[in-house]
Design a protein around this ligand. Sequence first.
Ligand SMILES: CC(C)(COP(=O)(O)OP(=O)(O)OC[C@H]1O[C@@H](n2cnc3c(N)ncnc32)[C@H](O)[C@@H]1OP(=O)(O)O)[C@@H](O)C(=O)NCCC(=O)NCCS
Length: 155
Amino acid sequence: MSISIRPATTADVEAIHVLLGDYASEGQLLARSTDEICEHLSNFVVAEREGAVRGCGSLEVFTEDLGEVRSLAVRPGEHGHGHGRLMVQELEIKARRLGLTRLMALTYVPGFFRKLGYRIVAMEALPEKVFGVCVTCPKFDHCDEIAMEKQLGSS
Ligand SMILES: CC(C)(COP(=O)(O)OP(=O)(O)OC[C@H]1O[C@@H](n2cnc3c(N)ncnc32)[C@H](O)[C@@H]1OP(=O)(O)O)[C@@H](O)C(=O)NCCC(=O)NCCS
């Protein structure tokens, strides 16, 4: 199965919007509007196979050292073929290039991130995220996501 990971373009905005919206309606991800996707488009990568977008993911920079893997989703029916792993690996390369030394994720799928070298951390270990962004989230005072983090090596 030949999967390619590439930077998202404006032609991908609608596909990303639909993909995230489907999971958001199930409460698995936060929805992002097309305006928000456009505004952060340079953060996004997409996974493509046979000319179609199968997944998306983004890298958000919080501080000089900390970034977040965000809006990571693979189309239903395409899970388990490596799209998610390849996108996270690409986001890690991008993060290192930017000078970040650690990446975090807030997730309901800790098993997936554990496979990629992330470990569970206390939410309080991520003050930049919690106090910078989460305060505006409707789930702020009853967040049930699991905080995970990975220290980025040089390779
Ligand atoms: C989580 C998600 C992105 C994973 O993408 P994927 O393409 O199915 O994952 P991969 O095929 O790259 O899997 C990589 C490894 O993680 C494992 N894995 C995948 N999903 C897993 C899960 N939910 N629990 C435990 N392990 C999982 C795979 O078995 C594989 O392990 P292996 O290398 O030993 O075979 C995808 O399932 C998804 O879109 N889920 C819904 C949205 C979501 O929850 N996104 C995460 C938001 S933080």
